[in-house]
Design a protein around this ligand. Structure first.
Ligand code: BG6
Length: 498
């Protein structure tokens, strides 16, 4: 029988009264506990500015679990592991109080000095907190001490570099766990397995057989209550620099020699290094930006981005981005990787489509009609999880005509959108010291250096055509033209969006 590893640790959550803690972190820790991945030897210390007693904090934890989890057994036993410490993180004095609490809990819960500091708060505090944690001695323990950081990791390469330098004063690179929750998604983790555990794909996985690769991550929701953050970010920084580029790296990397963190990361980094840089003069030819106007979503009229709360009336922020990436290496030279993401689109879907080249001679091309459709391998990341292979087969009857058929594998045909599972896996990985599904600094730096020229151009040149797509559509027509110029189309993300 497989014995579960049950890491012993204290998790200190900075920003414990925030949305992320409530929606993702508490439910994830609860799931780990319930599944037996955590023993009784753990404690959670919530830190936030607000004055709360540990009792009140436990009530909040229980409430959020009742709201976001289906099951709620052993809730009280679980929440008894939670403690609270009010703290203005810019003031050194409360770090000492946290330190005293941690030492006490170490004894009480037998956590052997192991500590995870999870920064689930505004990024401007990341550097300060890391510095104080070291200065006030919270990181000097007999066990491990790890820092988990949410995005955004900087705003561009110089600010990311500055943040990294600051954090590195207190933590080594191998103690830093930069979260990209896409790397915790089941089907994103499955990309490697599909590629490297199947004899039928890997030999075809190159520019001789693949025509293009498309990654779409579309959302139906608008910016909701995050206008203030989103105005400084836009889709390029919010989704493309991290989630989409990580998926490109996983799809394009060479097989690692071993499945270790260092080997996998080093292959991903090579892909990012091989990306053809887009200079400021070329941005227009490779990238398209969009902003949603009003429109219909699920039968209801919704407002445009510029009318949302905390958004400028003349906002130049993109809520949609599509781009063409080229990877200049032996395997991928000449194969475009098209990526797009946007808010207020017609469907919530994250999908990868690998389009194979046409066979050299089409025997079934008749009467000027395309009788064959290209072979596609579709990796469905969400909401459905699975793989679909699109093939051509014979239409039944006397004539030799072809018809498209699909081979479907559905991993988990239930709604899995941004469920705590991604966080659950990532938290557990961090507790066990497995950093494979976290982003290394080199990946962050390379992604920013790719994205920076694009944001420089977009920030300095007003988009005179904004808003340029209706809410409830699949984005601006320029995104279709981007592919049409190469004689390709975006494959639909659902069966009904065309
Ligand atoms: C986050 C972005 O990283 O990812 C959000 O900040 C976005 O703007 C979210 O909505 C999408 O995640 P998912 O898992 O729902 O695709």
């Amino acid at each position: 029988m497989n014995r579960l590893e049950q890491p012993k640790t204290i998790i200190v959550i900075f920003g414990a009264t925030g949305d992320l803690a409530k929606r993702k972190l508490f439910p994830s820790i609860y799931n780990l506990y319930k599944k037996g991945n955590l023993s009784e030897d753990f404690a959670v210390v919530g830190v936030a500015r607000r004055e709360l007693s540990s009792e009140e904090f436990r009530n909040d934890v229980e409430e959020s679990i009742t709201e976001f989890n289906k099951e709620t057994e052993v809730l009280e036993t679980f929440s008894n592991h939670f403690y609270y410490q009010a703290c203005d993180v810019t003031n050194s004095s409360c770090y000492l109080e946290i330190k005293v609490l941690l030492e006490k809990l170490d004894e009480q819960y037998n956590t052997e000095g192991n500590r995870i500091f999870y920064l689930a708060m505004a990024p401007e505090f990341f550097g300060t907190i890391a510095e104080y944690l070291k200065k006030e001695g919270l990181t000097s323990t007999t066990g491990f001490s790890r820092l988990v950081i949410e995005k955004p990791f900087g705003h561009n390469l110089p600010s990311a570099q500055q943040l990294n330098d600051q954090i590195r004063q207190a933590f080594n690179e191998n103690q830093i766990y930069r979260i990209d929750h896409y790397l915790g998604k089941e089907m994103v983790q499955n990309i490697e397995v599909i590629r490297f555990a199947n004899a039928i794909f890997e030999p075809l996985w190159n520019n001789r057989y693949i025509a293009n690769v498309q990654i779409t991550s579309s959302e139906v929701l608008g910016v909701e209550d995050r206008g203030r953050y989103y105005e400084t970010s836009g889709a390029l920084r919010d989704m493309l620099q991290n989630h989409l580029m990580q998926m490109v790296a996983l799809l394009a990397m060479e097989p690692p020699i071993k499945l270790t963190t260092d080997e996998i990361r080093s292959e991903k980094i090579k892909v990012l290094r091989a990306l053809r840089p887009v200079s400021e003069d070329e941005v227009h030819g490779y990238f398209v930006r969009g902003q949603y106007g009003k429109g219909m979503v699920d039968g209801k009229e919704v407002i445009g981005y510029r009318e949302e709360n905390n958004v400028d009336d003349n906002s130049n922020t993109e809520t949609f981005v599509a781009g063409k990436l080229l990877i200049d290496n032996f395997r991928w030279a000449g194969v475009p990787f098209y990526i797009r993401t946007g808010k207020r689109m017609s469907a919530k879907s994250t999908k990868i489509v690998v389009q194979f080249k046409d066979i050299p001679m089409n025997l079934y091309y008749s009467k000027g009609e395309m009788a064959q459709t290209p072979n596609l391998l579709v990796i469905n990341i969400q909401p459905d999880e699975g793989i679909t292979l699109h093939l051509n087969a014979k239409k039944s009857g006397q004539n030799i005509q072809t018809t498209p058929v699909k081979l479907d594998f559905c991993n988990n045909c239930v709604d899995g959108i941004n469920t705590p599972e991604a966080y659950e896996k990532l938290l557990y990985d961090c507790m066990r010291g497995d950093a494979t599904n976290f982003t290394h600094w080199d990946e962050v730096a390379l992604s920013w250096s790719f994205v920076d020229p694009i944001s420089n151009v977009w920030e300095t040149q007003m988009a005179t055509n904004f808003p340029n797509y209706h809410s409830g559509s699949m984005g601006p027509k320029e995104a279709d033209q981007l592919l049409a110029e190469d004689s390709f189309i975006w494959w639909p993300v659902t069966d009904f969006d065309k």
